[in-house]
Design a protein around this ligand. Structure first.
Ligand code: SF4
Length: 743
């Protein structure tokens, strides 16, 4: 149905659009109306007609007017005038910025080869989509890097799904694909929803909306929460499995033990569509509930009860989160969780787990731009040879290997960095950011794209290019980057602030100067027309008028030959089946079956160290008021969350002489960070949780302060290259520490 996307109203106008961070979380596409008066955004309200978000918005989007018109925003290109770290800048034109960038890029490519350029991508905005083509097709380098140790966010889940199912992202079925949503006759509400290390009310991740959980709960769905913390949703859960951080894989194997040994699995699905069931059956015998209780702290009776519920309830939907990614044992966890969904018959069924194709639309295009590079250049991608599993699934460098390369100059020296909304010396997407900080100093020329001056920009930018928010440019939002396109939404430019240019505008303008054949489009609209039309049959203007496009959904695609490239029934894996025993893992020298491995540092694996550092630190839970390191300048949001909060059990705090609101240090063998204590019985007495992403825009920008970036930098406690055998998963969710008052 077509509707106006821009309307005049009493001297103002209103633009209907779909959001993409900032502020926000990845391509969620919540619907909103932006009210503009005298060229300024004066109000944001939810769009009640948007079939998914139905008028509901987070406080991050509601405070968008403060964000876009913030006095500290950088809205023109800037050139550094002092030394790096001094925070001295001169405004320049885009033409001058392009001239400097093109001259430096060409010189570096000519003298040292294109591989000496590296593009770092952040998680905010559309960087996730466009930093690949920026590197491959505009700058011409094979090195694009998501600098989080072990690629510990989303990538591991996508890779594991590729290896085991040969499919796109598995998402809980919340009827998002259907225009009539929960009323669609094919849809069924899940009886149980397992939230495994995930709190979607705050995170609204990638293609899922926290409020959909509430919708489904109102329709009868019950929650099983697997989380070391008790959160708002787990207090409303039918079952709560509060496990020891980092032991999730043992729990998943314990559940499989019960499901298989009590013969609760779906025989038909297993016989027809699974490979390696007998081997898995043998493996799970090592994980009886008694042993799993010892490892995880979850009572064996609870393990048995929950396993039976998952298997017997039809359907059950399991949603996995960062517990899989930020865990060196996470590949095995993801494998085991997919195995649970598969053998209980919950894959690609109504109310179970939906599966997308590996990638469509923009998600496919971004990776395919690597065809701009010669094979010889592609083979120089950092870490590709050392980490074949990761590099097969993800078209980036290996993040840990990249830091090693920066530090050692091997196999070659990196000379130019492009930081695409990647503020990674704050505790967001790097482990040991202090090491990155020192290593990045060796780069000779750097470009930073962002909305605000950040610690990373002050420390490293030679040229700063200003990014718009989603309200200031045209674009397309596609959930799960096309790996499970629940819908495609239009982002409509509502107004302009300064001279900001979006990621795709930068790609096109730079591309036209450096590699024009790859960038034939003369406008962003033309570009999106070309992306949409061949696959969906409509252009960008049509999408604007539709607002969002929901493609509908076909269940049980494996039965219909819709998952495999050859059109045959089955899954797009080596064996054509769900690989409960993975042929690829075996090929890469990894155990083909899931197994449990203790965290690198824990009371069990390093008992001596645990005497000095007796608490288990887990980090990274989302809040309503920030997206990683973003939003620290926004006073409404800062009023709600003024300080970084460390959660500690009242008994533990009392033993340490810590009271509510005390500033404390968390310290271990790698680093130390300061946060404010919040005493809460929702956390286990032997565990503390620390907020991530903190820096202080109100503190001095110049070095050594860099907006106070080293004060509460929790990632300094997380070690580099402590990852799984296939290259994934750093221990952000489980490391040892001690806690003490700051004075
Ligand atoms: S999830 Fe929240 S912050 Fe993100 S786009 Fe939707 S309303 Fe905005």
């Amino acid at each position: 149905m077509k509707k106006e996307w821009k309307e005049q109203q009493n001297g103002c106008y209103t633009v209907r659009t779909c959001g993409w961070s900032p502020p926000g979380d990845h391509p969620v596409g919540c619907g909103m109306k932006l009210h503009i008066k005298d060229g300024r955004l004066v109000k944001v309200e939810g769009d009640a007609e948007h079939p998914i978000s139905q008028g509901r918005l987070c406080v991050r989007c509601l405070s968008l007017p403060e964000y876009v018109h913030h006095p500290q925003r950088i809205t023109h290109p800037m050139k550094r005038v002092g030394e790096r770290g001094e925070n001295k800048w001169q405004q320049i034109s885009w033409d001058e910025a392009w001239d400097i960038i093109v001259e430096k890029t060409n010189a570096i490519k000519k003298n040292y080869g294109a591989e000496s350029i590296i593009v770092f991508g952040g998680t905010g905005r559309e960087a996730c989509l466009y930093y690949y083509p920026l590197g491959f097709a505009s700058l011409g380098t094979p090195n694009v890097c998501y600098p989080l140790s072990g690629w510990s966010c989303y990538g591991p889940r996508c890779a594991i799904t590729d290896y085991i199912l040969g499919a796109g992202y598995p998402e809980i079925d919340f009827a998002g694909h259907f225009p009539d949503r929960y009323d669609n006759p094919e849809y069924k509400v899940p009886e149980y929803i397992v939230l495994w290390g995930k709190m979607p009310l705050m995170s609204n991740p990638d293609g899922f909306y926290g409020h959909s959980l509430i919708d489904m709960m109102k329709r009868g769905a019950k929650i099983i929460s697997v989380d070391p913390r008790i959160n708002w949703l787990s207090t409303r859960a039918a079952h709560r499995l509060q496990l020891r951080p980092g032991t999730d894989t043992a729990l998943a194997l314990g559940l499989l033990h019960v499901i298989i040994n009590e013969d609760l699995y779906d025989h038909e699905f297993v016989d027809k569509w699974c490979y390696g069931f007998d081997e898995l059956k043998e493996r799970v015998q090592e994980y009886p509930p008694e042993r799993v209780e010892e490892i995880t702290w979850v009572k064996k009776e609870k393990i048995v009860e929950v396993a039976r519920l998952i298997a017997k309830s039809k359907p059950t939907a399991i949603q996995w989160g960062l517990a899989v990614d930020e865990n060196p044992n996470g590949v095995q966890l993801g494998h085991a969780i997919l195995a649970i969904s598969a053998i209980t018959g919950n894959l690609d069924v109504p109310g179970g787990i939906t599966l997308g194709p590996p990638a469509t639309l923009l998600g496919k295009w971004r990776v395919e731009t690597r065809s701009e590079l010669s094979e010889e250049l592609w083979e120089k991608r950092i870490g590709a040879k050392e980490w074949p599993a990761l590099s097969m699934a993800l078209a980036t460098t290996h993040p840990d290997e990249t830091l090693d390369t920066l530090e050692t100059g091997k196999p070659y020296k990196l000379r130019m960095g492009w930081f695409n909304s990647s503020n990674f010396i704050t505790p967001t997407n790097s482990a040991q950011p202090d090491r990155w900080y020192r290593a990045l100093k060796s780069l000779e020329f750097n470009v930073v794209q962002d909305c605000f001056m950040t610690p990373t920009a002050v420390a490293f930018a030679d040229i700063f290019l200003p990014l718009p928010t989603f309200a200031e440019h045209d674009g397309v939002v596609i959930t799960h980057f096309g790996r499970n396109a629940i819908f495609v939404g239009a982002m409509n430019k509502a107004f302009e602030v300064g001279e900001c240019k979006s990621d795709i505008e930068v790609c096109i303008e730079l591309g036209k100067r450096l590699n024009p054949e790859a960038w034939p489009w003369n406008s962003v609209e033309e570009f999106f027309d070309d992306q949409l039309k061949p696959e969906l049959g409509f252009d960008f203007n049509d999408l604007r008028e539709m607002g969002i496009y929901q493609p509908g959904y076909t269940y049980r695609k494996h039965e219909k030959g819709l998952l495999r490239a050859d059109g045959e029934p089955g899954f797009n894996t080596v064996t054509g089946k769900v690989e409960l025993s993975s042929t690829l893992f075996e090929m890469w020298g990894e155990d083909p079956l899931p197994y449990y491995k203790e965290p690198f540092y824990s009371p069990v694996s390093t008992p001596e160290l645990a005497k000095e550092y007796p608490l288990i630190l887990t980090t990274g839970a989302r809040t309503f008021t920030s997206f990683h390191s973003e939003h620290r300048q926004i006073s409404t949001l800062r009023e709600i969350t003024p300080d970084p909060i460390m959660e500690i059990h009242p008994d533990t705090a009392a033993n340490l002489g810590i009271k509510e609101g005390d500033w404390v240090y968390m310290e271990n063998m790698f680093g130390k960070a300061k946060e404010k204590a919040h005493l809460t019985p929702t956390i286990h007495p032997k565990v503390v949780h620390a907020a991530h992403g903190w820096w202080y825009p109100e503190k001095p920008a110049a070095e050594p302060s860099l907006f106070g970036v080293w004060e509460s930098n929790i990632n300094t406690l997380i070690p580099h290259k402590h990852i799984g055998k296939l290259g994934f998963g750093a221990p952000f969710k489980s490391i040892l520490c001690k806690v003490y008052k700051t004075e």
